[in-house]
Write a protein that binds this ligand. Structure first.
Ligand SMILES: C[S@@+](CC[C@H](N)C(=O)[O-])C[C@H]1O[C@@H](n2cnc3c(N)ncnc32)[C@H](O)[C@@H]1O
Length: 267
């Protein structure tokens, strides 16, 4: 194994309240911390744990073109390059992303994969994601009916099979339909396309929830019920997640249950 190691941790949705003790230890003991946490208070809390910080938020600015914050995918590649440059110097690198570092975070998976291929020790620690907050705030237990999670634009494009007897969570509706990766809002017809797609399976009157977990202590939860018919008129932010409750009851496979003598009174 080469000198230099990488650990990727998550700051949770409220930082530092959601930071695990294990993540705190790894931040404190790192030679350098690469940080992508949007909330200034969360950032300040991490700076108190370790003052050797590189703010990956700065990498939204592209030095070579002198342009600010345009293509997110290009910015993510610059984050990977910056993390890898310190790792190749033999440093103990800790990268901190908000929420769970492996949930909808391309650069975290990418740099772990490159680091391992190059012979470095690289690992990811689990953390609290927006979905974990949603389960707590909306009182959803995926153990009841299962749970399906998709990125909203991918849902438009791939239209994956969905179990209508199980909840559906759609991430990144705040940038739905934007294939340029340059916007901080939905594409012009993004919400209309999403509504049209959902109407292929759900009724106009189906009640959905616009969900935003608090990012600061004492901030209220946004859990706003809306009818699917109104989806193209609602206000969404980059942090908004869409929750769709099931619209069918689960079907019992009577043939299977009878073949295997399953007592349905116990289910
Ligand atoms: C790039 S992903 C990052 C997810 C993050 N790594 C996590 O573990 O939650 C951004 C998406 O996560 C969801 N999200 C982030 N913050 C949220 C919040 N405070 N409340 C609800 N959803 C949130 C939204 O769907 C948003 O578009």
């Amino acid at each position: 194994m080469k000198n230099g190691s990488l650990v990727v941790v998550g700051s949770g949705i409220i930082t530092p309240a959601h930071l695990s003790q294990e993540s705190i230890n790894r931040i404190v003991s790192a030679d350098i911390v690469h940080l992508l946490v949007p909330d200034p208070l969360g950032k300040a809390a991490i700076e108190q744990l370790n003052c050797n910080i590189k703010d990956m938020g700065d990498l939204y600015y592209d030095d070579s073109s002198g342009r600010n914050g345009n293509n997110r995918v290009e910015a993510y590649d610059r984050m990977v390059d910056s993390i890898m440059a310190d790792l190749r110097k033999g440093l103990k690198v800790c990268a901190v992303f908000y929420g769970h570092p492996g949930v909808f975070v391309y650069p975290s998976h990418k740099c772990i994969s490159i680091a391992r291929k190059e012979g470095f020790s690289a690992e990811m620690l689990p953390a609290i994601s927006a979905e974990d907050c949603l389960f707590a705030d909306l009182g959803i237990d995926p153990g009841d009916l299962g749970c399906q999670s998709y990125e909203a634009t991918q849902y438009l494009i791939y239209h994956p099979p969905v179990n209508l007897a199980s909840p559906l969570i759609l991430w990144q509706i705040g940038v739905v339909g934007d294939l340029t990766f340059t916007q901080m809002h939905p594409a012009d017809n993004g919400l209309a396309m999403l509504k049209a797609r959902l109407l292929e399976r759900y009724a106009e009157t189906h009640e959905l929830i616009l969900y935003e977990a608090p990012t600061l202590p004492l901030m209220p939860v946004r859990a706003e019920p809306i009818m699917l018919a109104n989806l193209d008129f609602v206000e969404v932010k980059t942090i908004t997640t869409l929750y769709l409750p099931p619209c069918q009851t689960p079907r019992v496979d009577l043939d299977f249950c009878s073949q295997w003598h399953i007592d349905l009174t116990l289910v």
